[in-house]
Write a protein that binds this ligand. Structure first.
Ligand code: ADE
Length: 307
């Protein structure tokens, strides 16, 4: 189409949605709870300067059938003008428990709850990473901004992956189409991103960055597990204050090769989790585990944990 907008963008959708309350604000814009007929929906309102993220997220959701229980379900996108300003909306299912970040700040977890969170979230990431052939197929997609604020907790205790605004498919990378000026979250950036040794023309490089960030997510979750739950911490919180610079993070992650302290719980499941996070955040991207291997390791740890 001449405007470059995906066909699925529904210019009338916003008119059918009533916004009720703001549930989040950030550098990206705002998230509101709203209603769309009988459904409770989430409306992400992007700052117009971040139109590239709205476009990419809308494109990924509307060109690919991304229906998966562990990926935030898309309803539609809308672009409307309010006076002189353009409003960019992304409408999805609403999850009242909010993000994994909020959930971990609010509660500690049993090992069973930890497993439900970790297994469901890796299932979502594995689905994104996996290319599926055929009419119901999908390309391999790298997320590029994995963090606890971009994972939502469902009322059944499972999680889903949100925010595809930086995502790239293998085809995007092959065609050299990655012109989003936004960067991933610096605190979760892999060593090869920070020292700029990453080969950005190789799609697999981005999958390995997701796995690095996933290792940090595992650490955040495991810290909140009973009976040795500690207070919630962001990764590297003692080394990097809020909103660290690229150079602060490069010094910590590349020069000093610092990583969070793994759990000290001697329970075999937690020892297994500690080993798993080390294999995810390894300095050398080529030895990091693929998502399928992470899932299999978690399934084995879960089936061996009878208490
Ligand atoms: N925060 C960000 N996205 C959300 C969603 N879909 N539901 C609830 N809280 C959110």
């Amino acid at each position: 189409s001449g405007s470059g907008l995906p066909l699925m963008v529904q210019r009338t959708l916003a008119k059918q949605v009533t916004l009720t309350d703001c549930v989040g604000k950030g550098r990206y814009g705002e998230v509101w709870r709203g209603s769309w007929y009988a459904d409770s929906v989430a409306v992400k309102i992007f700052f117009s300067r971040d139109e590239a993220s709205w476009r990419r997220e809308t494109e990924i959701y509307s060109t690919v059938l991304l229906r998966h229980e562990n990926i935030l379900a898309y309803i539609g996108s809308d672009m409307t003008s309010r006076g002189s300003c353009t409003q960019l909306w992304l409408i999805t299912h609403f999850h009242p428990l909010g993000s994994l970040y909020e959930h971990l700040n609010r509660t500690t977890l049993t090992r069973h709850q930890m497993m439900a969170i970790c297994l469901s979230a890796i299932n979502g990431l594995l689905h994104l990473h996996t290319e599926i052939h055929g009419t119901q197929g999908k390309p391999a997609i790298a997320h590029r901004d994995i963090k606890t604020k971009n994972i939502l907790v469902k009322v059944n205790g499972e999680c889903c992956i949100a925010d595809l605004g930086l995502a790239v498919s293998r085809q995007h990378v092959a065609a050299g189409l990655q012109h989003n000026p936004r960067q991933g979250t610096k605190r979760y950036m892999s060593p090869e991103m920070l020292d700029q040794s990453i080969n950005t023309s190789c799609f697999e490089s981005f999958l390995k960055c997701d796995v690095y960030a996933w290792g940090l997510v595992l650490w955040e979750v495991c810290r909140r597990v009973q009976p040795r739950a500690r207070d919630y911490r962001a990764p590297f919180s003692e080394l990097a204050a809020s909103d660290p610079s690229f150079d602060d993070m490069r010094k910590i992650v590349c020069v000093d090769a610092a990583r969070p302290d793994v759990p000290d719980d001697p329970h075999p499941t937690m020892v297994g989790m500690a080993n798993l996070m080390r294999e995810c955040w390894h300095q050398n991207p080529s030895v990091r585990l693929p998502a399928l291997r992470i899932k299999k390791t978690l399934l084995k740890l879960a089936s061996n944990d009878n208490s």
